[in-house]
Design a protein around this ligand. Sequence first.
Ligand code: DGL
Length: 253
Amino acid sequence: MVGIFDSGLGGLSVLTAVRGVLPLADVVYVADQSRAPYGDRPAAEVLQFAREMHDVMARRGTTTTVLASNTISNAALHELRRDHPDRVFVGLEPAVKPAVAATRSKVIAVLGTTGTIGGPLLADLVRRFAGDVAVIGVALPGLVEIIEDGLGETPHAEAFLTGHLEEPKRRGADVYVLACTHYPFAITSLRRVVGEAHIIDPARAVAVQVGRVHAATGTGRTVALTTGDPVRFRNQVAEVVPGLAFDAIETIA
Ligand code: DGL
């Protein structure tokens, strides 16, 4: 079984892509909604939550765990791999390398939570891959909540983004990296703000990686577990990812 874990709805962008690659795999999606968002929390606290949610998934029989969140990957991927060398983990990292390859203006923007933009993973990627390209990290605290409220594709989100993306626009960024798995659910709003610029969503690349490490067989069941209210979760999914169906939605006790 594949476990896909995020604080809330963001990992659904990864789940959708994983389903495209592994339609028959059994998947459990875990959303720690009662403690979301994670993005402004200290890394040590995110790591503690990730350990707890990993144990929930392991008890359900997962063998591959996808940390479908840049914030969680930044805080916990290394530690979980070290603590569970017998298990497979797939994490996310800001797509700095492909963005550097794609830019012509030599200015790129990385959009993420406060934890991701200020974290060591992004700093390391910039050091290794940016070369002479300017990387503008833009933290967008508040956007996750807007998306969880079903408002990602509304004038409200567009106004929020307009207010936060003044610097990369002024400096001519021509590539925007989505370094938070929630942000694909505001992509139309973002497109309106950044015009023709290239937007990189890593979900498909992550799914391809999951397809490499996990067997393609199973019953194709998708179960969701939330620490929040399952009825609210069902309604949020219907609003944010219409057409995505779960075989069951349960509460994590
Ligand atoms: N979707 C997450 C990410 O990719 C976490 C959002 C949050 O909980 O703040 O960073």
